[in-house]
Design a protein around this ligand. Structure first.
Ligand code: ZN
Length: 253
């Protein structure tokens, strides 16, 4: 890990973006790490250390044992509480405001892009903003869900109809929302530059988006610490401090 910015590479990326008609960002957990939200794939980050997320955050776990599911997910809500957008989120807001960024496709459920002020945002894994009742279709905002979670004797937030609520995030075992996915593919296909920021590019189907961009003649830039399957094919790879890199990029555009 390095906090030193490779300005030569940032300039190469800026020059690609100056030529581009359409630039789209794809963001993952890495962009929220500077906000104090751990990437659950990183070892030793507490919350996920002693549980298998694929088991506990699975739609079958929610159905079979809402109490156990919400015991875990209530903790997750708490982890996200009070977290603020960081300079990397704000850099993307600045790029969008200057007409240099068309949209953000995010794997994150933490709402930080929206709170930073990004306008065109596709949350392919949903968001913790709301929870819904799968029985009657009612939807509740996060503040109300928290209140019901606290008021419940068994720590399961329930709908007015009595059924347990489910956070409006894509759980393991659930399909991604079709509309959001189609929009993400269309954006990737139309992008002259796809900025992949803080994503290991390993979680499908989002991991296919760089291929979609490349097949339609666009360039892929990887701004992510650590190895990704796209490093060798990327037009630019930045491996340092994501906040410093994106702020340097904004300064050049
Ligand atoms: Zn209901």
């Amino acid at each position: 890990m390095s906090s030193v910015v490779d300005f030569e590479r940032v300039e190469r990326l800026a020059s690609l973006m100056r030529e581009a008609q359409s630039v789209v960002a794809l963001t993952g957990a890495g962009i929220s790490v500077p906000s104090g939200i751990p990437d659950f794939r990183s070892p030793g980050t507490g919350l996920w250390e002693n549980v298998n997320p694929i088991e506990v955050a699975h739609i079958d776990a929610w159905r079979a044992d809402p109490e156990r599911f919400w015991h875990f997910y209530g903790n997750r809500f708490q982890t996200l509480e009070g977290k603020e957008p960081n300079g990397a989120h704000r850099a993307l807001v600045a790029l969008e405001a200057r007409g240099k960024l068309d949209a953000i496709i995010t794997q994150n459920i933490d709402r930080l892009h929206r709170r930073a002020g990004s306008r065109r945002l596709i949350e392919v894994h949903g968001s913790i903003d709301t929870s819904s009742c799968l029985a009657c279709g009612a939807t509740y905002p996060i503040g109300e869900v928290r209140r019901r979670l606290e008021d419940s004797d068994i720590s399961v937030p329930t709908c007015d109809c009595g059924e347990p609520l489910k956070p409006d995030v894509v759980l393991f075992g659930e399909w991604l929302p079709q509309g959001a996915l189609e929009e993400a593919y269309a954006l990737a296909a139309g992008a002259d530059v796809l900025l992949c920021i803080g994503s290991s590019l390993e979680v499908h189907p989002i991991a296919q988006l760089p291929s979609v961009t490349r097949q339609t003649g666009g360039a892929v830039a990887v701004i992510t610490q650590g190895a990704t399957p796209w490093d060798a094919r990327a037009a630019v790879k930045l491996d340092g401090d994501v906040v410093a890199e994106l702020e340097a990029l904004v300064a050049l555009l």
